[in-house]
Design a protein around this ligand. Sequence first.
Ligand SMILES: [Zn+2]
Ligand SMILES: [Zn+2]
Length: 572
Amino acid sequence: MQAEATLNHSCSHLLAAAIKRLYPKVKFAIGPAIENGFYYDFEFSQPVSEADFGKIEKTMGKIKQQACPFERKVVSLAEAKKLFANQPYKLEILKELKGKISVYQTGDFVDLCKGPHVVDTAKIGAFKLLSIAGAYWRGSEQNKMLTRLYGICFPTAKELTEFLRQRAEAAKRDHRKIGQELELFSFHPEAPGDVFWHPKGYLIMQQLFEYWRELHRREGYQEVRTPEILTRQVWNQSGHTDFFMEKIYRVLTPGAKQWDMAIKPMNCDGGILIYQSKLHSYREFPLRLGELGVVHRFESGGEIHGLLRLREFTQDDAHIFCTPAQVKSELKKVIALCFEFYDTFGLKLDHLELSTRPAQSIGATAIWEKAEGIMRQVLQENQLPHQVNEGEGAFYGPKFDFHLRDSLGRTWQCATIQLDFAQPENFDLEYVTAKGTRERPVLIHRVIYGSVERFLGILIEQYAGAFPVWLAPVQAKIIPITDQHLGYGRQVYQKLVDAGLRTELDDRRDTTAAKIRAAELQKIPYLLVVGDREIANGHVNVRTRGKKVLGEMTTAAFLTRIKADLAQKRQI
Ligand SMILES: [Zn+2]
Ligand SMILES: [Zn+2]
């Protein structure tokens, strides 16, 4: 990781050196390594665009070949100020520094930098400029907009080629692009950060909900529904106003002087209030209350991104109330359920993360230690690959996060399981034990999809829009060759609709090839072509998405096939 960052950061110096040669009047800001590559922020006196990348890369290549050493010099603050006299951003950084200043020279480019770097520019591997964007100096809209150039560097050309191939594939699969092409959803400035589901997209959402309900019923969950807006007082009691305030939508009800209610950012309080409505017995435990709850969180404009980060989304939540003795087996059951879900969608576990007590939290230390201890045991006993994020837990308890790997090898965080001893204390929750005494239940909060909208965004990219039959908005399309075959096409269409399939009939006057192409673009799993021969034989001519021709068969035989796809939730 460190070597990768050093290489990329060194390459940002190489970029800056090339920029200095090509644009001598440029002002330099900063050039760090980031998760995927590096960037450098510049203030140009002339417009620069992606069209200039070739020229910049060529100059970078020349400086690289010269094997310019990264020479470190230590200077006084006064000397540094002289060195960067006409570089206003460097001077601003210098204002915050004291004592000796470390600078690095590469060729004729000098940068204010602590290092480390590679030995000389020849040690920089294969690089590529990736994109250009506007970026405010120090991230503040009050400041000047600079030009940020992104790039990436690898030790070998082979690694760079592989990265670029993956990147191009990911761009083709961008869920925002596919969502538009398949008419699944849209975004509108009238509701920034929220999604508008169109019929086909909402149909897929419904399939995800139904599958969730099916598995959760089997696992002994009961579904509930709690209000969107609750009083300020209850959010105070659960600690959300102390620990989650910056993301809460506040509501000023008519006649109120100040905000007195809030739109729920989490479903927890609703679930807890249902629990509180009567005295529970240990016999009801584990009590598993599931809720497909819509929550709102005010994410900043920079954070919202397609379906992957919305302000309004549906959590496939559940609150499990159980005895301390049941915690471990419940955690294991939830983990097994997560794996069953992900298996259905062809997503693999990359690793689990255990996040422990954050600095800002509620509950006694002993309780936190107990909860974290149980979670570590579960990880060990299930032999799950994991890492520990110290201090990254929820404010009321430690948690597991599942990180999944998709078909492109990218990882995504989905399920979260939180173990909570603190909210039962906060809300004074109780249950009656076998001995007739009153005890506190333990509360497990968990989501499996996470945000259902986000999960669908991931699935769109996972499948590149080519959904398995059970999720496909249109499962089969009938294509009559000419108008004369339309009557027979309608009969087949009706049979499929009667069998419960989501079917379309292409009755436009167009060539068969054009109709097939249109259906292919919509990624419809099955195309049923009907013409003279099919009518004479009472058949349909079946082809699958991806141009595989299965040939003639009876409608009944086709129904048997597609029903098997549905039953097994398999990809065609
Ligand atoms: Zn540096
Ligand atoms: Zn919760």
